[in-house]
Design a protein around this ligand. Sequence first.
Ligand SMILES: [Zn+2]
Length: 288
Amino acid sequence: MNEIHSYYLKLSGKKKLLVFLMVFILGVIIGSAFNSKEENLELEANEYQDNSYIENGQDSTKEDDDENEESLMDLIRELMIEEEIEDDEVIVVIDPGHGGEDLGTYYRDMLEKDLNLDISLRMGPIIEEAGINVVYTRTEDEDVSLDERAFIANTLDATLFVSIHNNAMPGNPNYRGTETLYCAPQTPVYSKMDGQKFASIVQKNLVNTLNTIDNGTLHRPNLAVLRKTAMPAVIAEIAYVTNASDRELLRQDEFKQKAAQALADSVFEALEVMEAKVDEEGVWRVQK
Ligand SMILES: [Zn+2]
């Protein structure tokens, strides 16, 4: 194991990221054997709460005491956390909401998990094209728990976290539009950027680009991926699958590409506010 570890440390940053993710995915597969689906169901329940604007914070206790998952994460952390990439290198984590058995919201054969992944896989290459490291929490239709999503971002010490979702309003098919969720941090990691500021940028770019109804930004401290991620993090709720006109938009590749572009532009804008710089080797760096 030590040999593997020292070989790992010799790899370049991007290769380390790859190896990290391969080991991580292995860990997720092993972990899923004893990882219940409760958390994913909780997010879905929360989304419905979001849609009806009812707060109850029911997810605050359950997900904190999954000891088996914690010990798996500790194992991966011990093996992989040292010297992954340089501290100030920019990494953007893209988090396609739901996946696998967790469909998210849906309308007939239109599944939120598929829409989220589609938009995510359109967004990543735009950012990579600019020379920025991108890590996805999933690139396929698979289960990833909320803790694992936050863990990936925190272990990588990611710069920004973008979770992509779509919404539903059961009982009100007229409700439609775009909103961006955030959790105000206790102690912001970056002086010039936090979840709230990042959410404002994302929301502005999404509604300006997509011409969807502007439902604004919403403080959602009870959502695990927002609360447990250390870096500026948002959940972008692109549109409503329960609304006919939003659904029509979500069927169009052009709309999904525009959403991806707006999200990528938001990352660039946030990095500019954070005074991120490209060094002579083309590596994006940002100071805390
Ligand atoms: Zn969702």
